[in-house]
Write a protein that binds this ligand. Sequence first.
Ligand SMILES: [Zn+2]
Length: 327
Amino acid sequence: MAGRRGPGPVGRAVTAFLVAASLAVVCVGEAPPPRACALARGELTVDDLPAGSSVLDCAAVGRVVTHEGAGVAVPEPGTTVSVDALTADGAGHDFTLRVAADGTVSYAYEAEPARAAAAVAGARADAPAPCADGAYSTEGRKEYGTYEWFIGDGPLPGRLSHAEGRRAFEDAIATITTSRNDCGFDDRVAAKARFLSGTGNEAGIDRAARCTRRDGLSVWDAGDIGGEAVATTCSWSRPVPNGPEELLEADVRFNTHDFPFTNRPSGACTHAYDIRSVATHEAGHVFGLGHSGPGHENLTMYADSFACSTGARTLGKGDVLGLRSLY
Ligand SMILES: [Zn+2]
């Protein structure tokens, strides 16, 4: 019988519909079939959850998505998450994942290859002086109100006491909010910050420097974030009509597992990172600055960090201009 050997006219129609659904073809004049999206277990890459796919159809909220070593957990719809790493070798690992209100995912990357230490040192010597270099980039977000932050109750870089850590971080954050510089630029930046207290909460940054979760508190702390990043900032923000996104939370973690830090680099310093310089750079990310890029090694927002240098404690021209463009 024909019906037993193969699909009849009705069976063929059903087969055709299933093929159309699996290719996500939208039928004109009819509601599109629901799109199925099954993700494998474990970590995902941007290829598993490509731009344009829906985190709702794919049940992807909370799953970690990586790109060239940088990673973030997929946030709720209507939220953007960014990871900014300050590296020792000049390798950039910046990665932004944005989830629109309807669940559609999109990405932005900033990647720079690692360079040999000698090449970086040479580039630094050739780069313009900080007060003569107007380069900057911004990340499309800002703190519209007051950045209220906490210090985690674990060990801090350089074995600082919590009182010392608060002073060092507060000083660094104030350098950003008052655009402190040695170039003679006056402060036209209206950014605000306030330290709240110590906390048992931790920065939402895991051992591979991935932004894991937003817990509602902006926490500065220290720990193991993998071998490459000296420090990492994770920021969460949400869209604002006709303006930069609004910062919701920004966590900062220093990598005390792999790098030594000091609050006072001296002539005897060989490889420790200056806490205030690193903190000022990370505070720049908190307030929406991106990296200044190759050729701008003397600005605070250059992606590499220089051991034993206090140069990033004060801002260069581009750092100031970047803040003025946002605030
Ligand atoms: Zn950075």
